[in-house]
Design a protein around this ligand. Structure first.
Ligand SMILES: *Cc1c(COP(=O)(O)O)cnc(C)c1O
Length: 379
């Protein structure tokens, strides 16, 4: 019998977590190294850069949530993405979604390119990527829905193309979390998470994950993580285990709030456009109904002017003006100067990231309180 995902957030199938003195909470093995029972012998644990029981417990949980064969826990989402880029060699070419998290764009343009990788940016939700494939192309990197414009990519359809051409399909699944979407089941090869967001869920810990669909990729990434040392600490691993326990209740509550806020925003006179895939008018609505179990808790919206957008940021009281997302608190951010500050101006314009665009991460407060706060800020 296989557990439902809400159960899997709390109980690891097949594991006896109470085996250590019957502890219900998995212990934090706060140790850098492990003593050997004898010469040439090992308990299976030698040094925490290589193995740590708390981190391994977390990795098994995340692998089980994403139906992956393995998961690796990193010190941040960016550390996870940087590790994935180490799978490639100078001369390799990647096709990447043009509306990505700004930190990913900064990594590709300033670090990966210097290391000899080349990139083509495309609106993968609309364009046929086959036109961009060259003999050097090795992978396609997407988010869906994208950050912050909420473009939706049909993962299964894209996976058919990447498989036919022998390319890796890498999906940053941060925005929906494994509770709402499992890209490996749709044909992706690697799934990335910023665990800082929904998995951790409390805006208090940085973490990142790569979940693999094959042993081969897992082996390569295991070699890289022990060599470069970008893994998650035992204590932060424990915080993530704790955060994940409430993933299902938090996602449901946050999504419900996002839905109500999105509808409310569509009726405000200074709001020009609301980008939320849960609205039936959203171009990605039908695809998401097919590939996801919900529409998530992120809402972007465009208001009349830059001045008005800034005045909303000044006036919100309950909602905090901060970057990041996926926590219990509702946050609002200004992509053009915050999350996407390092994205080139032409790309910002092309993607419609204007001075009037705001991005809201719905938390799990009371929906009416949130709408009342937005209402007073938008007067
Ligand atoms: C935040 C974020 C990242 C980066 O993760 P960190 O934990 O901040 O390093 C990557 N991708 C997406 C979609 C994100 O929202």
């Amino acid at each position: 019998m296989s557990y439902d995902i809400a159960t899997k957030c709390i109980h690891l199938e097949g594991a006896c977590k109470g085996s250590i003195y019957g502890a219900v909470s998995f212990p934090i093995f706060q140790t850098a190294t492990f003593a050997h029972p004898g010469v040439g012998q090992s308990t299976g644990y030698d040094y925490s850069r290589l193995q740590n029981p708390t981190r391994e417990q977390l990795e098994r949980i995340v692998a089980s949530l994403e139906n992956g064969c393995d998961a690796l826990a990193y010190s941040s989402g960016m550390a996870a993405i940087a590790a994935v880029m180490e799978l490639f060699a100078p001369g390799d070419h990647l096709i990447v979604e043009e509306d990505l998290y700004g930190g990913s764009v900064r990594l590709f343009q300033n670090v990966s390119q210097k290391n000899g990788l080349t990139f083509t940016c495309a609106d993968i939700s609309q364009e046929n990527i086959e036109a961009y494939i060259t003999p050097d192309t090795k992978a396609v990197f997407i988010e869906t829905p994208t950050n912050p414009m909420m473009h939706v990519v049909d993962i299964a359809k894209l996976a058919q193309i990447t498989k036919a051409h022998g390319l890796l399909l890498i999906v940053d699944n941060t925005f929906l979390s494994p509770y709402l979407q499992n890209p490996l089941d749709l044909g992706a090869d690697l799934v990335i998470h910023s665990g800082t967001k929904y998995l951790g869920g409390h805006n208090d810990t940085l973490a990142g994950f790569v979940v693999t669909g094959s042993e081969e990729l897992s082996e390569k990434l295991r070699f890289l993580i022990k060599t470069t040392g970008s893994m998650l600490s035992p204590f932060d691993s424990w915080l993530l285990i704790r955060g994940i326990q409430t993933l299902s209740v938090r996602m449901k509550a946050a999504q419900d709030n996002a839905y109500q806020i999105a509808w409310w925003l569509t009726k405000q006179k200074h709001v020009k456009k609301v980008f939320y895939p849960g609205l039936p008018s959203h171009p990605g609505h039908e695809i998401m109904k097919k590939q996801s179990r919900g529409f998530g808790a992120m809402v972007s919206f465009e208001v009349d002017s830059q001045e008005y957008a800034c005045s909303i940021l000044q006036k919100v009281k309950l909602i905090q003006y901060a970057e990041s997302l996926g926590g219990t608190e509702t946050l609002i951010t200004y992509p053009i100067t915050q999350t996407h500050a390092d994205v080139p101006k032409e790309l910002l314009e092309k993607n419609g990231i204007t001075g009037g665009l705001l991005r809201l991460s719905a938390g799990i407060e009371d929906a009416e309180d949130l709408i009342a706060d937005l209402s007073q800020a938008m007067e």
